[in-house]
Ligand binder design. Structure first.
Ligand code: KIV
Ligand code: NA
Length: 265
């Protein structure tokens, strides 16, 4: 079984085969996801909330990310392993390069993700030039929570929408291999997808994206007050393995997300 590569993700976009992504933070769950056909396993800094019991992702450190990435790496063979760059670990191109290198070399990730807008163009360009695949996370960026003052849908007014489109194109041109859109109106996400050539992965961004991602704990019904864009797949499936398989088929067949999981403009 060969591993999913950035090239394979490009082919999936070209053939309109939806890319199924989920988070995992340890070897055991990563192995379940890998066996169930999840294409991209993300070691998200959401681990701060769902594993460490923190209120936000802001306190998560690079050492935490390297540790959990190294665990998840032992559970994956086929899935592409993506690791989040935590808060303040990519404030300059030099710092980003050193920290991303550790996630790749010590953690075993094949791609890093950062919450970037136009301001992160130089960071993305530098990582890309050095052979580090990058996913740029736009829309709702939880690392900005203290600045945003709440988790809510992004890009609703035309100025913000224009800016997001501009940033998406700029980050692609800087060398990003993947875009992730979180909590973006479905129409805007579809528009952004049409403006770029790289695969667009959505969470709360409608069914037109090239792929979908959710936090594993939400899929397994563990979250007390789950966001509207998630779905508990365990309730029907009855087992963890079954829930992950049900999620993968629902994404592949574009049965998930439904309109009720998304946001209108
Ligand atoms: O940290 C995370 O789990 C994420 C996903 C929600 C996209 O960034
Ligand atoms: Na994250």
């Amino acid at each position: 079984q060969t591993r999913i590569t950035t090239r394979r993700l490009q082919e999936m976009r070209a053939s309109r085969t939806p890319i199924a992504c989920l988070t995992a933070y340890d070897a055991g769950f990563a192995a379940v996801l890998d066996a169930a056909g999840v294409d991209v396993v993300l070691v998200g800094d959401s681990l701060g909330m769902v594993v460490q019991g923190l209120e936000t992702t802001v306190p998560v450190t690079l050492e935490h990310m390297i540790y959990h990435t190294s665990l998840a790496a032992r559970g994956t063979r086929r899935a592409l392993l993506m690791a989040d760059m935590p808060f303040m670990s990519y404030a300059s191109p030099e710092q980003a390069l050193a920290n991303a290198a550790r996630l790749i070399q010590e953690g075993g990730a094949q791609m890093v993700k950062l919450e970037g807008d136009g301001a992160q163009e130089a960071v993305v360009a530098s990582l890309s030039r050095h052979g580090i695949p990058v996913c740029a996370h736009l829309g709702l960026r939880p690392q900005y929570i203290h600045k945003l003052g709440g988790y809510r849908v992004q890009g609703r007014d035309s100025h913000a929408a224009e800016r997001m489109i501009h940033d998406a194109v700029a980050l692609q041109n800087a060398g990003a291999d993947l875009l992730l859109l979180e909590c973006v109106p479905a129409l805007l996400a579809a528009e952004i997808r049409g403006m770029v050539d790289i695969p667009v992965i959505g969470i709360g961004a409608g069914v037109e994206c090239d792929g979908q991602i959710l936090v594993l704990q939400d899929v397994l019904g563990m979250t007390a007050r789950p966001p509207r864009f998630t779905k508990d797949f365990l309730a029907e499936a009855g087992s963890i393995r079954g829930a992950v398989e049900a999620y993968v088929s629902a994404v592949r067949e574009r049965r998930f997300p439904g309109p009720e999981h998304g946001f209108s403009a």
